[in-house]
Design a binder for this molecule. Structure first.
Ligand SMILES: [Zn+2]
Length: 289
């Protein structure tokens, strides 16, 4: 087998379990450092999987909101936290968010021209009240080619052909356009620092065929005609969440630990300093050279 992105044959088994996939394995490429799962779902399996997406999410112990309104309310605090990290890239821009969900992030961009792209039709409809541009159900419907920023948060790791997808994004951007993405990080401290078996069994999942770090993102962006502008290491979950993995050995947090340790920012900052965080933001510009 070869690396799914750089095609190198220097790959090693990284973990021997994939959530809900019989005989699934996780591999890591020694050259571009991509972490990827095998087998990957076929396009047909993927379509079926996403039809029942909420059922899968519930099985993973994630609470599914009863209404679009409830979901939107919950998404707003995540969007606020996210905007604090990437604020400087969103000043008076023409923006397209891919996987824009209910529009929680776009609703915060007061001085931008905002466009939404979302597969889930009820979320897309709901988001229309928060945007001043167009709402698209699929990236194939977007016919404009002068966006200044394309952003996506926890979307890119779902993409089965990242280089083809980034090329499509490039065709929608103007000459000075850039992409802002946030993805789960393959150097998550629960993996690299703590080697937490239960976390790895949970986090490697068929929905994320590839898990990235800075080097593997460098590879796909470079191959797609982008150049790196900035990388931001960001830790979303705190000490209470990590201790809860050791205590309860499953996702969902722990009320007692939350009470005791949730205000510990020193811990998060330290993880950011050593670049071992649960998410990574990658900002890249169209390469005109
Ligand atoms: Zn590789």
């Amino acid at each position: 087998m070869n690396c799914r992105n750089c095609k190198s044959d220097k790959i090693k088994v990284f973990h021997n379990k994939v959530w809900s996939v019989e005989n699934g394995k996780v591999y890591r490429c020694s050259d571009c450092e991509l972490v990827f799962i095998d087998p990957m779902m076929s396009e047909n399996e993927e379509r079926e999987f996403y039809k029942n997406y909420n059922e899968h999410v519930k099985k993973r112990g994630v609470i599914v909101e009863n209404s679009v309104e409830e979901f939107h309310e919950k998404s707003k605090s995540v969007a606020n936290e996210r905007l604090k990290v990437v604020n400087k890239f969103f000043k008076n821009k023409k923006v397209l968010e891919i996987g824009s969900s209910t529009g929680a992030f776009l609703s915060l961009l007061d001085d931008c021209h905002t466009h939404a792209c979302e597969l889930a039709i009820d979320n897309l409809e709901y988001s229309k009240q928060f945007i001043n541009g167009k709402a698209y159900n699929s990236i194939d419907e977007v016919k404009e080619n002068d966006f200044e920023v394309i952003c996506m948060y926890h979307v890119f790791e779902h993409i089965r052909n990242p280089i083809g997808f980034l090329n499509t994004c490039k065709s929608l951007l103007n000459m000075n356009g850039y992409i802002v993405i946030e993805v789960p990080h393959s150097n998550d401290p629960l993996i690299t620092l703590f080697d937490c078996e239960e976390f790895k069994n949970f986090v490697f999942q068929p929905m994320h065929p590839m898990v990235y770090n800075e080097k593997s993102l460098d590879y796909v962006f470079d191959k797609s005609g982008f150049r790196k502008e900035e990388v931001i290491y960001y830790q979303r979950y705190g000490l209470d969440n990590h201790l809860s993995w050791f205590k309860n050995k499953k996702s969902g947090g722990d009320a007692v630990l939350k009470e005791l340790f949730s205000d510990n920012n020193k811990y998060k900052n330290k993880l950011q300093d050593i670049k071992q965080t649960d998410t990574i933001f990658y900002i890249a510009k169209v390469n005109n050279v």
